[in-house]
Write a protein that binds this ligand. Structure first.
Ligand SMILES: NC(=O)c1ccc[n+]([C@@H]2O[C@H](COP(=O)([O-])OP(=O)(O)OC[C@H]3O[C@@H](n4cnc5c(N)ncnc54)[C@H](O)[C@@H]3O)[C@@H](O)[C@H]2O)c1
Length: 355
């Protein structure tokens, strides 16, 4: 089986966890070794088939450094769970655009290296897939890299909460170019959105009427800072819309990032409040607090999305991929309930569902 060649834009906490994860699981076979993965094998590919071939960033702590060093450079603060030996891949500088705003400049100093020819770097590296892990508010930069993927002939996976795979125009462009497009906004392995959606589904299936619910996050990664100040309303819209898929009626639902607390590093506390009615109108109230680490939470979903995108490339599919996007992302082109999305992806893997 050939490797899967992936280029990354945005060498932040998620990229660090993903790259460490590929190393951590690359030879995993037994149940114990694959603990933490939903699919040790996905689309006929093992985690060890994934290879990183190029990386773009703008931070002076990362540009010009080997990828193995850049993933642990400040302001990244994700946990280190695997040593990474030298990769031979130097992080190159891409255009800044709206990647780092005045607030993020408190954490990121932009490198004064000149901008690379992104298409040339992608082509020379042999990348088949460009994975976008830019800050969640970097809309112009995300669109720029989607365009570069088209020009370089790469499939595009959009981890950021910017409409690309869920945008008809972009989907059309990728369709015309004969390239798969997957996204938008990673849905974590067990993050606040997934837990919230599961609880709502459980309540609905047990006949409980949900009257109102909110979910708030507090975190300390650079992305928490960005989404608190720049991306607050965008993130709130995406998350609230995602959980509403799992409630078959209208009710006040709010979900969003609520604050940045620097000493929390890359951990995230999520608070859930659900108020509803049971049999005879008896009240039910649920309060939950969950603590997770952000970067690793995105890891397994990205491993699956990368392998699913490779399968799409192999099958010659193009445009927005409905099943992988609905399974792994909060703002997919075709939103559905979480469990239906899981079924779609199984059908896609078996060739019973086209996209
Ligand atoms: N579990 C999760 O952490 C999670 C879940 C859902 C979505 N996401 C999304 O994944 C993305 C990445 O999250 P993160 O925590 O790794 O963010 P991060 O802030 O740690 O990393 C972003 C990286 O992008 C770099 N960057 C900024 N502007 C750039 C430009 N113009 N060109 C190249 N690089 C640039 C920054 O220097 C930084 O290294 C975000 O969009 C986030 O919303 C993450």
């Amino acid at each position: 089986m050939n490797g899967i060649k992936v280029a990354i834009v945005g060498v932040g906490n998620v990229a660090s966890a993903l790259i460490q994860g590929v190393e951590y699981y690359k030879n995993a076979k037994t149940e114990e070794e694959t603990a933490g993965l939903a699919y040790p094998d996905f689309a006929g590919y093992h985690v060890g088939d994934i290879q990183f071939v190029a990386a773009f960033d703008v931070a002076d702590t990362k540009v010009g450094f080997d990828l193995s060093e850049a993933i642990f450079a400040k302001p990244n603060n994700v946990m280190k769970f695997n040593e990474i030996s030298k990769t031979g891949i130097k992080v190159v500088k891409g255009p800044l655009l709206d990647g780092v705003d005045d607030i993020l400049k408190a954490l990121v100093t932009v490198s004064d290296a000149s901008d690379a020819d992104v298409v040339k770097v992608l082509k020379d590296s042999g990348a088949e897939i460009l994975l976008n892990l830019l800050p969640g508010s970097a809309e112009d930069a995300t669109k720029y890299y989607a365009d570069m993927a088209l020009k370089a002939g790469c499939a595009f996976i959009n981890g950021a909460p910017i409409p690309i795979a869920s945008d008809l125009e972009w989907s059309k462009k990728f369709k015309e170019a004969g390239l798969p497009l997957v996204g938008d906004d990673i849905q974590d392995q067990l993050g606040s959105t997934v837990l919230h959606r599961s609880i709502l589904q459980l309540l609905v299936s047990r006949g409980v009427k949900v009257d109102k619910s909110y979910q708030l996050d507090v975190g300390g990664g650079a992305e928490s800072l960005d989404s608190h100040y720049r991306g607050r309303m965008r993130k709130r819209g995406v998350k609230s819309e995602a959980i509403s898929q799992d409630l078959p009626y209208d009710a006040p639902l709010v979900a969003g990032s609520s604050d940045y607390v620097d000493f929390m590093d890359n951990s995230r506390d999520s608070y859930f409040y659900i108020n509803g009615r049971q049999f005879g109108g008896a009240p039910i109230k649920i309060d939950i607090r969950m603590e997770v680490t952000d970067g690793p939470n995105a890891g397994p979903i990205l491993l699956d999305a990368i392998r699913g995108t490779k399968l799409a490339l192999k099958r010659g599919l193009s445009g927005s991929m409905e099943s992988i996007s609905a399974y792994g992302f909060k703002m997919p082109p075709l939103p559905t309930t979480m469990y239906r999305a899981e079924r779609w992806v199984e059908e896609f893997l078996l060739g019973k569902r086209k996209l």
